[in-house]
Design a protein around this ligand. Structure first.
Ligand code: PHE
Length: 347
């Protein structure tokens, strides 16, 4: 082959490599083209340079180098393309579809009533009290009789009891207050007793802004030697300050409960108007929370404790009032029944 034929053949080989590279669908095929064309045909052509005229050697050499460069460049470009296609295919095949987990779960929080319930337990634990839970379905003895409500006692009528159709008529009921926990505790534990008993309570009330057939109370019972009304008032004072802050006052108004003597209605100065009167306290400056008093000697006798030896105080009040007051929520219904997360998530 003369010089021109070699140059032409080299160009053909470069084109062959280019078209082969463009058609190749794998890096392995590119390797075959490299082997056949670059290391094969083009190398063969190079061997013929020694046969051409001396004056043509440079020209043929340059054409060969150019052809080789063209072939290698085509192979390289295609190799980069194929490799990135392969990588994209791997990424696609191994893709984790994280959207399958959904649009995200909101983190919830405790219901405002539960928050206050736990806060109350914390405060009393801090005072050295234990926490005790009694059953929601009670018998007449614990809910009434042992608490000095004899059968037919008018105070029973104040309680709007929900009875369960179990056993003898009107013997099993949904507890109307947490006070039966006092009896259960006194039946199972010897004094001294310092305990709080939170829980759900039930009355035959129609749901409205202030009433609910299911509500929450917390009961406190202290039984020890030489407990006085001063201990009761001091304890309530400390506890109210822990709950509402230092600027509030406790109020005791004479009242009646069968299981305490003397008894008092328990109130707190309105935290919103500082006793000057506002909508929350119905312009009285005070908010009623519950009842309290010294444990009636008949209660001690009912659980076989000697009223001469032991003395104690008890108090009980509604828990639901507290988140209502704190958050200036108008209706109990909204807090306890609607279960609207848009509302509850604010507290
Ligand atoms: N159990 C009473 C009620 O529900 C409140 C109370 C508790 C009163 C303890 C005195 C002592 O109204």
């Amino acid at each position: 082959m003369n010089a021109d034929e070699l140059i032409e053949r080299a160009a053909e080989m470069a084109e062959l490599a280019e078209s082969g590279a463009n058609r190749a669908t794998s890096v392995a095929q590119l390797g075959e083209i490299e082997r056949d064309v670059v290391r094969g045909s083009l190398s063969d052509i190079k061997k013929h340079i020694k046969d051409v005229d001396g004056s043509d050697k440079a020209r043929v050499g340059q054409a060969l180098s150019a052809a080789e460069a063209r072939a290698k460049a085509a192979l390289e470009v295609r190799r980069i393309d194929l490799e990135s296609e392969a990588r994209a295919a791997t990424v696609e095949a191994e893709r984790l579809d994280l959207t399958a987990l959904g649009t995200g779960y909101g983190v919830g929080h405790l219901h405002p009533v539960t928050q206050v319930w736990r806060e109350l337990e914390d405060i009393f634990c801090g005072l050295g009290y234990e926490v005790f839970y009694g059953p929601e379905a009670e018998d007449d003895w614990h809910n009434f009789e042992a608490l000095n409500f004899p059968p037919g006692h008018p105070a029973r009528a104040m309680q709007d009891t929900l009875y369960l159709e179990l056993g003898d008529a009107e013997q099993v009921l949904l507890r109307t207050h947490t006070s039966p926990c006092q009896i259960r505790l006194l039946e199972t534990q010897a004094p001294p007793i310092y305990a709080v008993m939170p829980g759900r309570t039930f009355r035959r009330d129609t749901m409205d802004a202030r009433h609910s057939p299911v509500f929450h109370q917390i009961e406190a019972l202290v039984v020890d030697r030489d407990i006085t009304m001063g201990d009761l008032m001091g304890t309530i004072d400390v506890f109210f300050r822990a709950l509402f802050g230092d600027s509030i006052d406790a109020r005791f108004l004479p009242s009646y409960f069968p299981f305490t003597e003397p008894s008092a209605e328990l109130g707190v100065s309105c935290p919103f108007c500082d006793r000057s009167g506002c909508r929350t306290c119905s312009n009285t400056g005070w908010i009623e929370l519950g009842g309290c008093g010294m444990v009636d000697p008949n209660v001690f006798t009912a659980v076989d404790l000697d009223p001469e030896e032991w003395s104690g105080f008890a108090f009980g009040f509604g828990i639901d009032r507290i988140p209502l007051l704190r958050n200036e929520i108008d209706t109990l219904h909204t807090l306890l029944w609607d279960n609207d997360v848009r509302f509850l998530s604010q507290f």
